[in-house]
Design a protein around this ligand. Structure first.
Ligand code: SF4
Ligand code: SF4
Length: 362
């Protein structure tokens, strides 16, 4: 299936559904999304696990193209990335939808984005729509050196990530992709020419741990994705958020360090971050700093040379961000005007996504 190259123009000046970049129609009448390793198979009216892609009459569309959930500006070191343009300012952006359901996620409203994506599906969203050109212009206006896609899983937003990244490259900006790495080889290959840095989680080396976040995930798939990113020439740094009683076994943490050393190189940065209680893991304590230092010492003993501990910081959260309107130019009323798909392909049916809602309440 081929798609128009939209990277150098403003093909979508107003919000509309945009074809899912990687999809294939199956013999049984469903269509498979190949953006992430869920490889969701959907029939007309269904949305994938992330809720951000919908099947309309056999073709998949992204609901969240250009829809921005959060923006922030700060040093790249906070992503965390330490060995690529250290100290430079980066504009972080995210949208709604994630392919994992982490029980300790701090970004639920925007990462899972259930309400926001339902509003888009109903044609009732007031979220900001920002074209790729507008986003890159915003980054330039604030004088940053790069754009980071973060806060949720960028793979589910790949259509927009690619269009922004291509324009960012033209404008001399670098790009950072903060990911759980449950991403297909095809999606990585699409990203590779446009993404400078992958900052990836290795959440654990336990399949049970991963299955708790995502029933179809396994560790080998995640590790293979990270290794492939390096082979594709992307600068890779990895992060582990150490959660008491969940993934805090020192031997397992050392094994993560050994895997990084053997597959990404002894100089690959490993960021060890502190867990802070959230959502379904609110009953757990914050990670004792001693545990983090111990993991660092064992990693160094294993031969990893760039190990960083964050005793006061957990995830790349958006909770303290300024409102989006602070960063965008234009009338706030216009920015938050109700979004309905601007395409006319639904004909007299109106917004076909309303059918999804009807189907959903069948
Ligand atoms: S991005 Fe992943 S979770 Fe979302 S529809 Fe595609 S395969 Fe499913
Ligand atoms: S912690 Fe990250 S991967 Fe997990 S649900 Fe939240 S945004 Fe998604």
């Amino acid at each position: 299936m081929s798609y128009p190259d939209t990277r150098n123009n403003e093909q979508y000046p107003a919000y509309q559904l945009v074809k899912t970049r990687l999809q294939k129609q199956l013999d049984n009448g469903s269509t498979q999304c190949d953006l992430c390793l869920w490889r969701c198979k959907m029939v007309h009216g269904q949305r994938g696990f992330c809720q951000a892609h919908v099947n309309r009459h056999g073709t998949l569309y992204n609901l969240s193209y250009g829809i921005i959930s959060a923006i922030d500006i700060g040093p790249i070191d906070d992503k965390p990335v330490r060995h690529y343009r250290p100290g430079s300012q980066v504009m972080s952006v995210g949208s709604y939808g994630c392919n994992f359901r982490c029980k300790g996620c701090h970004n639920l409203d925007i990462s899972w984005g259930v309400t926001a994506l339902d509003d888009l599906a109903r044609g009732q969203s007031t979220s900001a729509y920002v074209t790729p050109r507008q986003l890159v212009d915003t980054a330039k206006r604030f004088g940053v050196e790069g754009i980071a896609f973060t806060y949720s899983e960028p793979a589910v937003w790949l259509e927009y990530v690619l269009d922004v990244s291509a324009l960012a490259k033209e404008a001399g900006l670098y790009t950072v992709y903060v990911s759980n790495s449950f991403v297909t080889q095809e999606a990585l290959a699409e990203m590779a020419p446009y993404v400078d840095v992958l900052c990836s989680d290795i959440k654990s080396l336990s399949n049970d741990f991963y299955k708790d976040l995502c029933p179809v995930a396994n560790v080998e798939q995640v590790l293979a994705c990270i290794e492939q990113a390096k082979q594709l020439g992307i600068h890779v740094e990895v992060r582990t958020n150490v959660i008491p009683t969940k993934n805090d076994d020192p031997d397992e943490l050392e094994n993560i360090a050994v895997w990084i050393r053997d597959h990404l190189g002894a100089d690959c940065p490993w960021h060890i971050t502190k867990f802070f209680p959230a959502y379904k893991l609110s009953h757990l304590p914050a990670t004792p700093n001693e545990l983090l230092w111990k993991a660092r010492d064992r990693a160094r003993n294993a031969g990893l040379s760039n190990v960083y501990v964050y005793g006061d910081k957990g995830c790349d959260c958006a909770t303290d961000n300024l409102p989006i309107d602070h960063f965008l130019q234009g009338d706030p009323q216009e920015i938050h005007r109700v979004k309905k798909c601007a395409a006319s392909c639904c004909g007299s049916d109106g917004v076909v996504l309303k059918k999804y809602e009807l189907r959903g309440s069948d």
